[in-house]
Design a protein around this ligand. Structure first.
Ligand code: PMV
Length: 358
């Protein structure tokens, strides 16, 4: 099944070159929480791909007898990131041996504030993976379709949720017995969206920008001996099936009910693991209560979802943008650190910005 990802060179390697790729973050509607080695999800997930929160990564490479890489964030050395990249490159070595024939400079930048609580791993690993596979396409002549699949496959080996950032407006990662073409190895695009979800908005309230107390790696591990894991995995499978129908038929009430339940279940898993932990803050809960009363009074289909942190993602149709922004300004901004929030919208996934070879 993974044959399609084996490196098969047919053209000479470029002597040098530069490739820039851009990839967005994504927000899961049905959450991935729990994994097996190596980065195999214990349940399938689906996400909205974002637009404005993205990473741009440029790789500059020169053939060399000795492999080396250098990593910078907006031109500045970032020693704390080096070991993560090193680990990732080692992990993908068997699939991308050509990387090790070069000296590579990797420069990256995010449009969203670093340590804002918005995971940069999804956009970061997917942008890097796509840039590397672009070079591979030059050497192997692989199809564009396979390029995206392989980029998703490699991204997954960096960070599970990164596999979903390649595609938009939504992407499914993880095998589901009733959804054809789904795989634990990579994500696939899901495009069958009802008009109601076109340009769906995600406004991210930055409730707490502090670094996470518990890394997602540890969180995933805690699902192994979790008392509710079996029920959770089966619930995620059935929520995914329902969510796909909802995205197709445009039922906003059902969308709200599944996505909010998924967000709360993710946090409930954290609160009931051993050791237990809470990533929500008081501002998170106050925001949720305000959203529920706003929705009840205005009948505007505004809902929320959460990632593994305190920030709240407000999800709503484009048609209600002004009303929601007014509501944020009058009722929710008090819960945002430094009054910060980010307006984003469902997008189309990762792409190559430029590629040049010598
Ligand atoms: O991709 P990771 O290992 O950082 O895990 C992310 C898990 C969640 O963001 C909490 C849920 C998801 O499906 O994105």
């Amino acid at each position: 099944m993974l044959d399609q990802f084996i490196y098969k060179p047919i053209h000479p390697l470029p002597e040098s070159g530069e490739i820039s790729a851009k990839s967005p973050s994504n927000i899961a509607l049905v959450k991935y929480w729990g994994k097996k080695p190596i980065q195999i999800p214990t349940n399938p997930s689906i996400s909205f791909t974002l637009t404005n929160c993205f990473t741009k990564t440029t790789i500059s490479f020169k053939k060399s007898k000795n492999f080396s890489f250098n990593f910078t964030l907006k031109g500045l050395e970032k020693p704390s990131f080096v070991s993560k990249i090193e680990f990732f490159l080692e992990r993908i070595k068997e699939w991308c041996p050509y990387i090790f024939l070069y000296q590579i400079e990797i420069d990256t930048e995010n449009t969203f504030p670093h340590s804002s609580g918005i995971a940069s791993s999804a956009s970061g690993f997917s942008a890097l993976a796509l840039a590397l596979v672009e070079l591979e396409q030059k050497i192997t002549g692989m199809s564009n379709e396979n390029k995206y699949l392989k980029a998703s496959f490699l991204s997954r080996l960096g960070s599970g949720s990164a596999s979903r950032s390649l595609y938009g407006p939504t992407a499914i990662w993880g095998q589901h017995k009733n959804i054809p073409s789904t795989s634990d190895q990579y994500a696939i695009a899901y495009n069958d969206l009802h008009e109601n979800f076109k340009n769906y908005q995600d406004t991210i309230l930055l409730i707490d920008k502090g670094t996470k107390k518990v890394s997602s790696t540890i969180g995933h591990e805690l699902m192994h001996n979790h008392p509710f894991s079996k029920q959770r995995f089966s619930q995620a499978n059935s929520n995914l099936e329902s969510m796909i129908n909802v995205l197709k038929n445009g039922d906003l009430d059902e969308f709200i009910s599944i996505s909010e339940s998924e967000a709360l279940t993710l946090h409930a898993m954290m609160m009931t693991s051993n050791p237990y932990f809470i990533l929500m803050k008081q501002g998170t809960l106050s925001t949720i209560e305000k959203i529920w009363s706003f929705r009840g009074e205005s009948k505007i289909p505004l809902s929320f979802t959460l990632d593994a942190g305190a920030n709240v993602h407000l999800l709503y149709p484009l048609a209600y943008k002004q009303q929601v922004l007014d509501f944020i300004g009058s009722e929710l901004i008090v819960f945002c650190q430094n009054q910060q929030y980010i307006c984003d919208v469902v997008g189309t996934g990762a792409n190559i910005i430029s590629a040049s070879y010598a």
